[in-house]
Design a protein around this ligand. Structure first.
Ligand SMILES: [Mg+2]
Length: 358
């Protein structure tokens, strides 16, 4: 099989409201959808969800990166994932979400050719995944109302709460949320790089007392040594890296210096399912558990992320919930998975099982 064409389409996504995290507030996203065609009549869909503060990419940048990669991809066998990733990494530094779009389209093609869903291509056996819901920063009372809505109306049993502005205010929000949802719901927090080491210690001790089991990215992305230091001082709560962890190399370094209990793998940061699987393997060899998170992705990338969760034993958590933040009709993407409460059942169709209005 040979790649014959790459087609791209920009997709603006308007969020239902402003989504606030420690370092920014977001009301819109602009993604790039990719279709890769082959000489055997099979086409695969991929997606880039660039996020400037984390991947350094814009939609325009993704389009330019894909143009640059196009000549090297045309004529290649889509099954040659290792070669294709090596070629992309040699040709272009970074640009992980553009590379992810290519990677996802290739897995979609491979799955379609094999007549098997991507989660099975990746080694999985069971396509049922429990997902979590995320709450942005707002007034603590409002955050507690939203948490109760996800738990009582939508059936979520794992809630991730955005924090990282000010420890005492964050603890107030967490106290109200714990009161609102009860003791059975698992709570995680994500500081999105917002704390100092001292502030993080203060916040984490309070979070642990409220039964929060994981705290994500407390310190700035560059401060891996600080995170290792923080980890040595804290008990009763796991530290997870997100913005500090892009590539498999980052994963190896974080493991070597003991900077994490867990990793948040995002396909947009690492360049797709192939490097994502490598990160999971590095984590497994150090005894770390992983979660797969997401940017503001449509069902193309969300299905891929959930497929990785379904496929790897040490990826125990899914945070693939961006579809909750916008009206999905505007994306033109359907399928991939069905939802019952917080349990997500992956499609058994070949590939990602998504239909894309391209
Ligand atoms: Mg995060």
């Amino acid at each position: 099989m040979k790649i014959t064409a790459l087609e791209t389409k920009k997709l603006p996504i308007k969020l239902k409201g402003e989504f606030k995290i420690a370092f920014t507030s977001i009301g819109m996203a602009e993604n790039v959808l990719l279709r890769i065609d082959t000489d055997e009549g099979i086409s695969g869909y991929g997606e880039a969800a660039p996020f400037v503060p984390v991947t350094g990419e814009t939609a325009e940048g993704v389009l330019a990166a894909l143009e640059l990669l196009r000549p090297g991809l045309l004529g290649r066998d889509p099954f040659g994932l290792d070669t294709i990733h090596a070629l992309m990494d040699t040709a272009l530094h970074g640009n992980s979400s553009a590379k992810c779009a290519v990677d996802l389209a290739l897995y979609d093609i491979i799955g379609k050719a094999a007549g098997k869903p991507v989660y099975r291509i990746l080694g999985g056996e069971n396509g049922l995944v429990q997902n979590g819901a995320t709450i942005g920063i707002a007034e603590p009372q409002e955050m507690a109302r939203e948490a109760r809505y996800y738990v009582e109306e939508r059936g979520y049993r794992i809630i991730k709460i955005k924090v990282g502005l000010e420890p005492q205010r964050d603890l107030e929000a967490l106290r109200l949320i714990r009161q609102a949802v009860g003791d059975q719901v698992r709570l995680r927090v994500d500081a999105n790089q917002g704390y100092t080491i001292t502030g993080a210690i203060e916040a984490l001790e309070g979070f642990a007392a409220l039964g929060v089991d994981v705290a994500e990215q407390c310190l700035p992305d560059w401060n891996l040594e600080g995170t290792a230091q923080l980890r040595s001082k804290i008990r009763g709560i796991d530290l997870m890296l997100d913005e500090s962890l892009h590539s498999p190399h980052d994963a190896a370094r974080a493991c070597r210096i003991g900077a994490a209990d867990r990793f948040n793998i995002k396909l947009m940061k690492c360049g797709g399912l192939y490097p994502g699987s490598q990160i999971s393997a590095i984590a497994a060899s150090f005894g770390l558990r992983c979660m797969v998170g997401c940017m503001l992705e449509t069902r193309i990338a969300l299905t891929a992320g959930l497929s990785l969760v379904a496929a790897r034993g040490n990826i125990t958590d899914a945070d693939c919930d961006s579809f909750l933040f916008f009206d999905e009709k505007q994306t033109g993407v359907t399928g991939g998975f069905t939802v019952e409460g917080d349990m997500f059942r992956l499609s058994e169709e070949g590939g990602l099982g998504v239909t894309v209005d391209f």
